[in-house]
Design a protein around this ligand. Structure first.
Ligand code: MSP
Length: 515
């Protein structure tokens, strides 16, 4: 039995169409999930939508739609975009599904039985865009939320509270015992800072919000949207025809290996969620990874300012792999990163069209022109690329295991650079002209062998391109659940019979680009 690996993206709000932030998180998850599948893990990649709460209810009202109709419509849009981006997810969790409601009730009852829920008055401030309670000190002048630039509302209700404060010491102990729980490590200090300020109990029900799951112990209230949504990581694990019980979900892939989220929702995942699970006496996730935020041309993105990146436009203009590649290669996963059109075009032209595309094209063309498309290993002693490739594979693995996605591409593109250089230095076209065919063939064989390995290494990042390269190399299709073992020099073929060459990435022409 292969080892299980459970990875989640956040469950996205359906108040609006998916934006580039949600696309970014999901692309990163997909890259990690694909890498793990290559390595034969039994992967479950869960994504989905978070569909309750006032913000979503109002969005539906504004469109004159029933809340459920609105949620169904937008949730479909997320699924569609993930398909466009070649996101291979295994589960899609929706918080308005009947199964989810039942699992949330089970979860709530466990926390309730543990004595961690009590009734009290709440008075404070609430940001509807964050669906979060705010302290005045965390807001800008005029009580404006720094994340969404919206005014926080006064909030006064008699609610049911979760006794978060009870778990303060246990949470610190968990962090001590699991030093890698929060990644990247620089985010851990932020979380420890919040804990030091003292964890405060928070309401987990709303009297004034109707669009939510009724509170099992008092049907005049609904469950607070975050208490509901986080449980979606469990409920979404149910398979068809399985008994709808919390215990069933736990047997499937829980505990989660890594929750991938943006830094803005770190507190919910690194503080609330572990404490909720402790209270329900369930195992905790192994890791929470908080990535950075994207900006556009150095500015925060926002609909009101008009500087947004529309994922649909990007895909239409540049294609799926170019979009995936840009965000994975250009942004340092974990840190903030800036999008500019220039850097997008440069990345695609230099890394994909020139360095990778040309190497493939030149090699395959020479093989066709001079050797009828066939080159065998002539076993000379050109060992430098073999050695470089072995180092690359090791370093790649190291980086990928640490979720250093950009760094993994750095070393892959270093290898591509080295291979181009070796090709240019050896001048196989001259060797052919001088009738030094053994050497020429080995140079071509060696390059094809590097390309074969490269197509496996780039598969998690740009799967479509990877398969195209595999095809041109004359190989059977790459086995996305098992190809890792074929990494290494001379692992598979003593001979390549290549297919017709075709350009995998045409150069982007700045003038003809519309966006
Ligand atoms: N519904 C909650 C998550 C519940 S998980 C149980 C939520 N939804 S969201 O739709 O707002 O989430 C959006 C995701 O996109 C978050 O991970 C957030 O960090 C990410 N991003 C939103 N804007 C972003 C950028 N500008 N840049 C990068 N990611 C950003 O939160």
């Amino acid at each position: 039995m292969s080892e299980k690996f459970y990875i989640t993206s956040p469950l996205y709000y359906v108040n609006d169409l998916p934006h580039i932030g949600s696309a970014y998180t999901t692309i990163c998850c997909d890259c990690i999930a694909r890498y793990k599948r290559l390595r034969k893990y039994d992967v479950c990649f869960l994504t989905g939508t978070d569909e309750h709460g006032q913000k979503i209810f109002k969005a539906a009202q504004a469109k004159n739609m029933l809340a459920q109709e609105h949620c169904d419509h937008i949730s479909k849009k997320f699924e569609e975009l993930w398909r466009l981006l070649n996101i291979h997810f295994d589960k899609f969790s929706r918080t308005t599904s009947k199964n989810h409601e039942k699992i949330v009730e089970d979860f709530f009852n466990r926390v309730y039985k543990n004595g961690d829920i009590y009734e009290a008055n709440y008075e404070g401030l609430y940001c509807e865009a964050c669906e979060d309670f705010k302290a005045e000190k965390d807001l800008l002048e005029g009580l404006i939320c720094p994340i969404h630039k919206q005014k926080a509302q006064d909030y006064k209700e008699k609610n049911y509270f979760f006794a978060l404060s009870k778990y303060q010491d246990k949470l610190v102990k968990y962090f001590d015992e699991n030093p890698d729980f929060i990644q990247p490590s620089f985010r851990k200090n932020e979380v420890l800072g919040w804990i030091k300020e003292g964890l405060k109990d928070f309401p987990i029900s709303r009297r004034s919000v109707s669009w939510g799951i009724p509170l099992p112990c008092d049907k005049t209230q609904t469950i607070y949207v975050w208490f509901d949504a986080l449980v979606g990581y469990l409920s979404g694990l149910l398979n068809e025809n399985e008994e709808v019980k919390l215990d069933t979900t736990l047997q499937n892939y829980w505990p989660c290996n890594v929750h991938i989220i943006g830094k803005d929702i770190l507190r919910f995942h690194a503080v609330y969620w572990p404490c909720m699970l402790m209270s329900a006496q369930l195992p905790l996730p192994k890791k929470v990874f908080g990535h950075g935020f994207l900006t556009k041309d150095g500015e925060k993105m926002g609909k009101t300012t008009g500087n947004i990146i529309d994922p649909y436009e990007l895909i239409n203009e540049f294609g799926t792999d170019a979009v995936r590649f840009y965000f994975l290669r250009e942004m340092c996963f974990g840190k903030d990163g800036d999008y500019t059109k220039e850097s997008f075009i440069n990345r695609v032209n230099s890394d994909l069209a020139n360095n990778l595309g040309n190497l493939l094209n030149r090699t395959i063309n020479l093989v066709h022109k001079n050797f009828n498309g066939i080159v065998e290993n002539t076993n000379s002693n050109f060992l430098e690329l073999k050695e470089k490739m072995e180092i690359t594979i090791k370093e790649y693995e190291n980086h990928m295991e640490k979720l250093e996605l950009k760094e993994a591409t750095d070393i892959v593109w270093q290898l591509i650079g080295n291979t181009n250089k070796a090709f240019n230095d050896k001048e196989p076209w001259k060797l052919i002209k001088n009738n030094d065919l053994t050497k020429a063939k080995y140079c071509l064989y060696e390059t094809l062998e590097v390309l074969r390995n490269l197509s496996i290494l780039i598969y998690p990042f740009i799967p479509e391109t990877s398969l195209k390269i595999y095809y041109q190399l004359g190989l059977n299709t790459l086995d996305s659940n098992n190809e890792w073992d074929k990494l290494g020099f001379e692992k598979v073929n003593a001979c390549f019979k290549v297919r017709e060459a075709s350009i995998i990435f045409p150069r982007l022409d700045t003038k003809s680009i519309k966006i």
